[in-house]
Design a protein around this ligand. Sequence first.
Ligand code: NAP
Ligand code: HSE
Length: 332
Amino acid sequence: MFNSKTTINIALLGFGTVGQGIVDILQKEKEHLENKCGKKLAIAGIAVRNLEKKRDINLPKSLFTTDSEQLATREDVDVVFELMGGIDQARTCVLQALRAGKPVVTANKALLAEYAEEIFSCAREYKLPVGYEASVAAAVPVIRFLRDGLASSQISEIEGILNGTTNFILSQMQEKGQNYEEAFNLAESLGYLEADPSLDVDGWDAAHKLVILASIAFKKYVKLADVEREGIARVTADEIEAAKSAGKVIKLVASARKKSGKIQLQVRPQALSDTHVLARVGGGLSGVRVQADRVGDFFAQGPGAGALPTASAVLSDLIAMLRHAEMSGFGF
Ligand code: NAP
Ligand code: HSE
């Protein structure tokens, strides 16, 4: 795929929290990354909505465009990083990029929760990889862990804290006595929030990620509509205090279980005993517990949101592609 190339030209679709994180890492760790890739890395172009917006990182104006579809299919582009968010335009760009022969890396869980089947079918047709490690739990390699590491195991249950923003807000309220608004504003300043914050606080984002994990675990495309979902909007300071007095911690827990052949999917606030492994996933971290029949319990946690954790997962997908690692959709 990249064999004949000495330089990999990257199209960045989106230059917000994650897109700027990519350029930040590329600027500071270029040599290290190029050694890992065995190729030079260059930004071929950057698609944004607003060319006039002030950016934290200054790059030549000539790199920027508002025409994401044109950039995604441009002849000199070798790989497309879809970091725009949203669904319709992202879907169009990803499909067009694949049809134009470009491998894709995306961090967009909302897109995959709705259109994974279409995107992976297209990728298969064009024999191209789609990397999406950043879409769930950012820097925590849960996709590889579940899809590849546990490929031979039968998964019976997944339980996770999949949304960093809500975990951060609940943790600040519980541990620092902050009110909802203070905690929310701090989460926003750390780059945790989706462009539409209701995706976080109403549990949609956790549901999107759960759909991805459950599809991999149970080897079928599960539907977003099948997730029972409740966000954190109704969690009160009194409930947090009452839970605390009872030795419990309120967390937004996403769970997927197979019971009598049926898959049960849920995102809802739960008061967990403070000895529960997920109760200790603090701040803006994410954590995932997986139970595999005959093998046992596994747990992974780490930074699940923010510019650098997410950008590092996107770049890891590129490195995996360059190493010809298998990237076959959800692995079924
Ligand atoms: P963001 O800060 O809102 O940035 C989005 C970027 O995309 C902006 O640069 C925006 O342009 C550009 N954009 C949006 N629509 C566009 C369009 N139609 N055409 C061209 N450019 C467009 O979002 P983000 O936080 O970086 O997230 C990007 C993706 O990564 C999302 O799918 C998100 O769910 C996912 N993700 C984010 C995190 C995180 O911690 N932030 C973690 C994991 C995954 P302007 O700058 O001109 O507005
Ligand atoms: N808004 C998301 C979160 C970003 O807080 O987890 C990472 O997917």
